[in-house]
Design a protein around this ligand. Structure first.
Ligand code: G3P
Ligand code: CA
Length: 248
């Protein structure tokens, strides 16, 4: 069923449950950030899938977590130094390719909400935001996607480009005024590490009209803390186990 990502958040809120997101797909059972991992997360019943995006040397949006190839592929060096065609020849684990973002969007449309993390942390990618917006618009994917980043300035820039897009700011620490940060960036979703979350934070963000999305919720402690704090969405590397644990 086609549903906007905003509608997914509203429906889950009305039902009193968090949305479950497959963080890098379902990497507990598949190579992370691969088509197989995303398909597996969708089959596991995730409401959302999350992926990480970089730019190739020829300006294509590609899906991989690190700035370098070394950890997750059989390549070496920086992602930005290779063309998309060169990157596609690499093994991203168990014979999987590095996906193009377009493939992941096309997989997600009509099935799950897609959360796209832009890796706009140094070394920065010039023009990434423009390319991403053009792609989302061309594919009619704006309502079903969210863009998130640790680079809050990039999120602010995207807000000026597209008022209707769901945007999220990532944060590793517990700031004094999360709602102020959310407002300043023009974002809808405040997205902290689960350990940097508490009920007061959730209340403050809700009071400002925002939603809270936590990551990476992978063990019993994190699940218990989420049940206590009640964020709006939870991203896990083990969505098959964590999803049912949080829904019950
Ligand atoms: O969803 C946010 C989270 O993915 C940020 O951390 O390093 O896993 O991309 P990272
Ligand atoms: Ca990420």
């Amino acid at each position: 069923m086609t549903q906007s990502i905003r509608a997914r958040y509203e429906a889950a809120h009305d039902e009193g449950r968090p949305l479950i997101g497959g963080h890098r797909g379902n990497p507990a059972e598949n190579p992370e950030n691969t088509m197989r991992s995303f398909r597996s997360a969708i089959a596991a019943g995730c409401d959302l899938i999350e992926c990480d995006v970089h730019l190739s040397s020829d300006g294509r949006l590609v899906v991989i977590h690190d700035h370098t190839l070394d950890r997750t592929t059989n390549g070496r060096g920086l992602v930005r130094d290779f063309t998309a065609a060169e990157l596609r020849k690499l093994d991203a684990g168990e014979g999987e390719q590095i996906p193009l973002l377009q493939e992941v969007i096309e997989l997600a449309l009509g099935k799950v909400g897609l959360v796209i993390e832009i890796k706009q942390v140094p070394p920065l990618y010039q023009g990434l935001e423009d390319k991403l917006m053009n792609m989302l618009r061309q594919l009619g994917a704006v309502p079903e996607c969210a863009i998130v980043s640790f680079n809050h300035t990039a999120i602010h820039q995207l807000r000026k480009m597209e008022p209707s897009l769901q945007l999220g700011i990532l944060e590793g620490a517990r700031p004094m005024h999360p709602a102020k940060m959310l407002r300043e960036a023009g974002a809808d979703v405040y997205s902290p590490h689960w350990g940097a979350t508490d009920p007061q934070l959730v209340q403050e963000v809700h009071g400002a009209g925002g939603a809270v999305a936590v990551w990476p919720v992978d063990d019993e402690n994190a699940v218990a803390w989420c049940k206590y704090c009640k964020p709006d969405s939870v991203f896990s590397n083990r969505p098959k186990e964590v999803g049912p644990a949080l829904r019950n």
